[in-house]
Design a protein around this ligand. Structure first.
Ligand code: SAH
Length: 493
C-alpha cells in the first residue's frame, strides 16, 4: 500500500478514537469518519509497513449503524468523533471497550464479568447535555469576527454557534458578544501575533436552576464599554454572572488565574441530587449533569453505606462525591491536589450544612501514605476518581494496607482502570460490580465504575456448588467464611 492509493474497504471494527478499521489484502487501514458496517472508498494518507491511515472519500454501502449527524460540522469539529454512529451502537462500542480492557489488561475472568457487569447507562436524550462550553474567538480571512470550535488537533476555528451537544441559549449569548465586539471594534485575540483582546468565551449553566454564567477570557485587564455588553447579556433569562478572566500568556491553557466581576455575582448555583453547589468560572464541575447523577447514584449504591462508615474520596475535585456520600456515612475525607477546588469543597459543605466532611489539599499519593504511616488512619470505603493516568502505585499500595472493605473506582480511562484493578485483584480484592456510564455521548470517551470488595474472612462471597449434571443439581448460597451460612439457596435450585 502506498500514499494516495484509492481503495475499497469494508469497515469491520472501531478504533480507540472512533475511527473505522478495515483490511485490504491483510493490510489494516484506519479511516476517520467511517462507520463499522460501511463499505467505503478511501484514499491512503499515510502508509506504514503493516498498517496505514486513509481519508474517507465516498461511502459505497451505508452501514445499518450509520445515522445522519445532527450537526452539520460534525466531521470537521474535534468535539464529537462518532456522531455519525447510531446512539445504540455507540453505547455497545463503549461497553465493549470497558469490558475488553478489564479482560485484556485487568486479567478479569470473562465469566466473572458476565455475572458482574451491568448494562451501560446511556442517555435518553443524548443531545444538548453539556453545561459548559468554551468558544475560541478569532477572525476569518475576510476580517469577520468568528467563534466556534477548533477543528480536530488544530487551532483553526470552525465557525459554529449552535452545537448539538451544547445548550440552546449559547447561540444567543455568542451573537450578542460578537455583535458588540463588531460595533465597538474590540479585536479578537490572534495567537500568532499575541495581539487582540478576546480569546475565549466560557458559558456555564445550571441544569436544575437554569442559571447562566458568561466569562470572557481576555488578553488584557479590562473589557472596554463593558456596561453595554452586560446590559445586553443580562436580558437573557437566567443570566446570573458575567465575569472576565485575565490570560496574557502565550499558552494553550484557556482560563487565566485572575477573574473580575462585570455584572451580577461571581458564581452560579446548581444541584446534584439534593446537594447545592456553587460553581465559579475556574472550578471543575462535571459537564454532563444528567449522567453525573447516574454516576454518583451508582457510587452510592456500590458503597452500600449504612451510616457508620468512614469514607475516603481521593481525587475529590470540589468535593462533589464526598458531599453526595456524606449524608449517608459517618465521616468523609476528601483529598485533592488543587487548593482552589478544596476551598470550593469546604464552602459547598458549609452551604449544605454538612459537618462530617473534611478536606485535604495535596497529592493523593502523598496525603494517603503520610496519614496512614503517621496517624494510622482507617477507611471502611475508599472511593477514587483519578485523572486519565489512573492511581499512582503508592496510592494503591496504601489502600491495600488500609484494607477497606470496599473500593469504588470511578474512571475516565478504562485502560488505566484495568491496570489498577489487576493490581488490586492480585492483592486480595475482587471485582463485585462494573458499570459503564456514558457521560460524553458522541465522543469516544466513557466513564466506568468498578466495585472491588476485600476477600477477607469477613466478606460475603457467593458460592455455587454443582453436584452433577441435570436440572436441580446446582445449589448456590451466600457464605460469610468461618461465620455463618445464609439460606439464600432457593434462587439457584
Ligand atoms: N471526583 C471529582 C473530580 C474528579 S476529576 C468529581 O467527580 O467532580 C480528577 C481530580 O483529580 C481533579 O480535580 C484533579 O485536580 C485531581 N488530581 C489530579 N491529580 C491528583 C493527585 N495526584 N492527587 C490528588 N488529586 C489529583
Amino acid at each position: 500500500m502506498q500514499k494516495n492509493d484509492v481503495v475499497m474497504v469494508a469497515i469491520e471494527d472501531i478504533g480507540v478514537n472512533g475511527e473505522g478499521i478495515g483490511k485490504v489484502d491483510g493490510y489494516t487501514l484506519f479511516i476517520k469518519d467511517a462507520v463499522i458496517g460501511d463499505v467505503v472508498e478511501a484514499k491512503v494518507t499515510k502508509a506504514k509497513k503493516n498498517y496505514g491511515y486513509a481519508r474517507l472519500m465516498n461511502i459505497h454501502t451505508k452501514s445499518g449503524f450509520r445515522t445522519e449527524p445532527r450537526c452539520d460540522v460534525a466531521r470537521q469539529c474535534g468535539g464529537c468523533q462518532i456522531q455519525a454512529m447510531s446512539y445504540e451502537r455507540q453505547l455497545a462500542y463503549k461497553n465493549e471497550k470497558v469490558r475488553n480492557n478489564l479482560i485484556r489488561i485487568g486479567d478479569v475472568p470473562e465469566e466473572l464479568l458476565q455475572e458482574v457487569m451491568e448494562p451501560i447507562c446511556g442517555m435518553e436524550e443524548p443531545f444538548h447535555y453539556r453545561n459548559k462550553a468554551q468558544f475560541p474567538v478569532g477572525m476569518d480571512r475576510e476580517g469577520n469576527i468568528i467563534t466556534g470550535f477548533y477543528a480536530g488537533r488544530t487551532h483553526q476555528i470552525i465557525p459554529h454557534m449552535d452545537c448539538a451537544i451544547g445548550r440552546g441559549e449559547n447561540k444567543d449569548i455568542l451573537e450578542i458578544i460578537l455583535t458588540f465586539m463588531k460595533e465597538y471594534q474590540i479585536p479578537p485575540y490572534d495567537e500568532t501575533s499575541h495581539r487582540g483582546l478576546v480569546r475565549h468565551i466560557l458559558i456555564r449553566s445550571g441544569h436544575r436552576t437554569n442559571e447562566i454564567m458568561v466569562c470572557l477570557v481576555i488578553n488584557g485587564t479590562e473589557v472596554p464599554h463593558s456596561h453595554i455588553l452586560t446590559e445586553r447579556l443580562a436580558a437573557i433569562p437566567g443570566m446570573k454572572s458575567i465575569t472576565y478572566s485575565v490570560n496574557r500568556e502565550k499558552t494553550n491553557v484557556i482560563m487565566g488565574r485572575e477573574t473580575g466581576l462585570l455584572w451580577g455575582q461571581e458564581y452560579i448555583t446548581d444541584f446534584i441530587g439534593d446537594i447545592r453547589y456553587h460553581i465559579s468560572p475556574l472550578s471543575f464541575y462535571q459537564v454532563n449533569p444528567v449522567q453525573t447523577e447516574q454516576l454518583y447514584g451508582t457510587v452510592l449504591e456500590y458503597a452500600g453505606l449504612s451510616g457508620n462508615e468512614t469514607v475516603w474520596d481521593l481525587y475529590c475535585g470540589i468535593g462533589t462525591i464526598s458531599l453526595f456520600l456524606a449524608r449517608k456515612a459517618k465521616q468523609v475525607y476528601g483529598v485533592e491536589i488543587v487548593p482552589q477546588a478544596i476551598e470550593d469543597a469546604k464552602q459547598n459543605a458549609q452551604i449544605n450544612g454538612i459537618k462530617n466532611a473534611q478536606f485535604y489539599v495535596g497529592k493523593a499519593e502523598e496525603v494517603l501514605p503520610e496519614r496512614y504511616e503517621r496517624d494510622g488512619i482507617h477507611g471502611d470505603i475508599i472511593v477514587v476518581d483519578p485523572p486519565r493516568k489512573g492511581c499512582e502505585e503508592s496510592v494503591l499500595e496504601t489502600m491495600v494496607k488500609m484494607r477497606p472493605e470496599k473500593i469504588v473506582y470511578v474512571s475516565c480511562d478504562s485502560a488505566t482502570l484495568a491496570r489498577d484493578v489487576k493490581y488490586l485483584r492480585e492483592r486480595g480484592y475482587e471485582v463485585g460490580k462494573v458499570k459503564a456510564v456514558d457521560m460524553f455521548p458522541h465522543s469516544v470517551h466513557v466513564e466506568s465504575i468498578v466495585l472491588l470488595s476485600h476477600n477477607s474472612p469477613d466478606s460475603v462471597i457467593n458460592v455455587k456448588v454443582e453436584f452433577g449434571k441435570g436440572e436441580g443439581n446446582v445449589v448456590g448460597c451466600n457464605i460469610r467464611a468461618g461465620k455463618e451460612i445464609s439460606d439464600k439457596t432457593e434462587s439457584y435450585i
